[in-house]
Design a protein around this ligand. Structure first.
Ligand SMILES: Cc1cc2nc3c(=O)[nH]c(=O)nc-3n(C[C@H](O)[C@H](O)[C@H](O)COP(=O)(O)O)c2cc1C
Length: 350
């Protein structure tokens, strides 16, 4: 357990923000599985928020069952950032988080996301403006630096601490690394050593032993997980069990089926159809990873032309008599699909 001022993060395991995926429905579903001490929204454009765009404001939706909940904003204009942070506070979020890690061209070109790691004077103005605009805890999420020749996470930490930022999450890659190679946990450890505020470590935690190793090697206060949870929503719960010394119970295909079907039905019921189908395809794709016959299921999911058809495909696949046929198949190697992340698929709303 750790605290971000008065917000208790217990257990110290955090669902990372993942654009296009960690919306309120997914966060509620993960939270419901247990073990998760904090959820963070996908990045929300301050341009869109201050222009009151409905499709942007929709991304800030959350339910009480998710608490504590952090809403992440991005942008580069101090005034818009401050106004958006104030809106986040008004909505009743527990924490406001600033995105300083997004590597996507569209965001970086407008000066936001990881671009701010290169412009500390502007970053300082943003911190001042946002800090003055909210009373709730303020946190940031960074990468280690712009590129390997300009790793400056400790400088960013110091600036942030001086300006009233109350916790920092760090993904152990530079902007130029995008998602290639391995996250460099040694920079995370260096940030933690120099920090007076809580630090959340992030990058490549895919198993309970990875989480344990990250705590041990870096000394971080919390471990944040993203991609691993998309294909295995139980990951955070499993990490919790492992860290408690309990046996990690493998998830059965039946449990996975129940989760996937309930989740997809909820997406279909609560999200307008044109958006829902895209979301269902993405999530169906992730959730079918690592299961016997998953590749064929993904093909059929991607070919579906409506939400109803997609649900039929999934329900058919998970029917007990059909599952029995796959029981002897080996599970897929989910690592083989990591290349999908080379193009970071942020959805932008401004
Ligand atoms: C498709 C995708 C979307 C992402 N969206 C966001 C985002 O909105 N905000 C953010 O701070 N990080 C975002 N990230 C980065 C993740 O939060 C995380 O830092 C990164 O994936 C490394 O952690 P992991 O190895 O546990 O996935 C995104 C990553 C991916 C792959």
């Amino acid at each position: 357990m750790f605290r971000i001022r008065d917000v208790q993060i217990d257990p110290p395991l955090i669902l990372a923000p993942v654009a296009g995926h960690t919306d309120t429905l997914f966060r509620q579903a993960v939270k419901g599985l247990g073990g998760c001490g904090l959820v963070v929204s996908e990045l929300v454009s301050t341009e869109g928020m201050t222009r009151q765009l409905e499709r942007t404001l929709h991304l800030t939706r959350f339910e009480d069952s998710e608490r504590p909940v952090s809403i992440q904003i991005f942008g580069s204009d101090p005034e818009r950032m401050a106004a958006s942070a104030a809106m986040v506070e008004q909505m009743g979020a527990d924490i406001v988080d600033i995105n300083l890690g997004c590597p996507v061209k569209k965001v970086v070109k407008q000066g936001g996301g990881s671009n701010l790691l290169k412009d500390l004077p502007l970053l300082e103005c943003i911190f001042k403006a946002v800090r003055a605009a909210v009373t709730i805890p303020l946190t940031i999420k960074i990468r280690t630096g712009w590129d390997r020749n300009s790793i400056n996470a400790v400088d960013v930490l110091k600036l942030a601490e001086d300006r009233g930022v109350e916790a920092l999450a760090i993904h152990g890659r530079t902007r130029c690394d995008m998602f290639s190679g391995r996250a460099d946990w040694s920079v995370i450890a260096r940030v933690k050593e120099n920090a007076g505020i809580p630090i959340m470590g992030n990058g490549d935690v895919l198993t309970p032993s990875d989480a344990e190793q990250m705590f041990r090697e870096t000394g971080v206060d919390g471990v944040m997980m993203g991609r691993g949870v998309l294909s295995n929503p139980w990951l955070i719960r499993q990490c919790y069990d492992h860290l408690q010394g309990a046996r990690v119970v493998p998830v059965t295909l039946e449990e996975k089926a129940a989760f996937v079907i309930t989740f997809l039905r909820r997406v279909q019921a609560e999200i307008p159809a044109p958006v829902a189908i895209g979301k269902m395809k993405k999530m169906g794709g992730y959730l079918s990873k690592g299961i016997p016959g998953g590749a064929q299921l993904r093909e059929r999911i991607h070919a579906a032309r409506s939400c109803d058809e997609l649900l039929c495909v999934v329900e058919e696949f998970f029917r007990p008599e059909n599952l029995a046929g796959c029981a002897g198949d080996p599970p897929e190697d989910s690592d083989s699909e990591q290349e999908e992340f080379s193009e970071f698929s942020c959805r932008h709303s401004s």
